[in-house]
Design a protein around this ligand. Sequence first.
Ligand SMILES: *[C@@H]1O[C@H](CO)[C@@H](O)[C@H](O)[C@H]1NC(C)=O
Ligand SMILES: *[C@@H]1O[C@H](CO)[C@@H](O)[C@H](O)[C@H]1NC(C)=O
Length: 467
Amino acid sequence: MKFSSYETTIDKFKLHSKNQRGDQAGRMQSFAVCAYLRKTICACLLMVILTLSLGVAVVILTPKIRALKEEGSVERPVEISQNVSNDIQAKYKYLNNMQKSKKFVLQGGEVQWARYRADPKDYGSKEERAFGESIHSNGAHMTASTLLIKPNGCRVPHWHFNANEHGYLATGTAWIGILDAAPFSVTSYNVTAGQVIFLPRATLHWMKCVGPENCLFILFFTTSEELVTLDVDDVFYATPKDIAAQSLKPKGGIKFINSFKQPKENQAINLPPNLNQLVHKASYTQSCALKVSRYFYNMRASKQYKYPGGIIQWARYTKDQSKMSRNEKIFAKSLNEHMDTVTMATMRIFRRGMRQPHYHFNAHTMGYVLSGSGRVGVVEKKAVNFHIKKGDVFFFPRGTHHYIRNVGKQDLFMVIAFSTNDELQTLDMNIYFKSTADFILAQLFLKKQEEFRKIPSFKEDQDINLP
Ligand SMILES: *[C@@H]1O[C@H](CO)[C@@H](O)[C@H](O)[C@H]1NC(C)=O
Ligand SMILES: *[C@@H]1O[C@H](CO)[C@@H](O)[C@H](O)[C@H]1NC(C)=O
């Protein structure tokens, strides 16, 4: 059986090490040639080559280093290298540079992944593997991806065996269709940038880009095993013709079924060149709000939680629903009733702002950087710090202490998923310091009790604060 091959197969990467071996062979050859020439000529040639390569290196590296300095980072640029030091390994437990990962390019769009792979050979790099194994061993129940669909392109009807899907539309307009459990009916709706979709496990669904702009979805799937997906065309072509004929009972019987020709190209996100000939009447119907709200949330229009250093908006379940609109309540109930759903948020951290150190009681965290750049710290047993920028995915296992500081010139804007269908529970550093008796702190830190009065209380919540 052929699953969406863009999800389950991957070209074997030609790693840098291979090229390097080529370089070495080349160098050896040129040395052999040199042996036949006068030593002086060789020396001259070498000098010229060395000078040139030094010049090239300076030209290539200077802007990179400058760019990083401007963002206030003290970290040196990290390339996907052949020899990953332990320190780099440590941070890739929490970081995936998804924009560098393999692009699965199809006619109608492209997909990139931050995920676990059952076969380690399917990873593109050691760093991706470190991340995949980290989410797997932590039982994160989350996998991230970006799905780009070109105008008129369609992520064709399909279903996932083992995961709910939650998406944030970053750009464009898409029309979503979901066929859920009996009594079978399709719920369809438009979604535009800043809004959230929810596609429960095993529901048959599709996404079509219906605007003039590319649709970019940031997707979270609630599994940290291999995601298993089946596309409707693949199922159809894999079904014996007589079975399909008897099931569908089309006019013309098996002749009609025989007239379908499976294209060579993967149709997972398709955009036939002759689409206008094939389709002459499309109507993007909108189901009633009562139905749509189970699978759709207008995050962009939802309440803004404002802090001195930034803004958070939520697509979530909470026990107290007194301030929710009717549609928000329907969405919250839908999240809570399905197993293994996620709580989603967008977080905007202003320049110099910081999401202060905190941890979650009941959820792993996975986020995607939509714009800006930041410094992240994660403390498990020891602290690991790293830089994040647009296109990066980060992961914080449940219980780890973490913070995110904006170190760029613009807002740092992220979409974040938390692996709970219940109310998310979080404890911030300033709260647990203020809540712990000062004599206990004195005993803990070997410091006089009254010293702890220096830590102030604030009227305003300090979740995202300023220096
Ligand atoms: C490269 O990897 C080897 C084996 O893991 C290690 O012993 C060596 O120190 C590494 N070298 C550098 C420069 O990181
Ligand atoms: C959905 O989007 C399509 C394409 O832009 C548009 O024709 C249709 O009117 C939209 N439907 C709703 C209910 O906004």
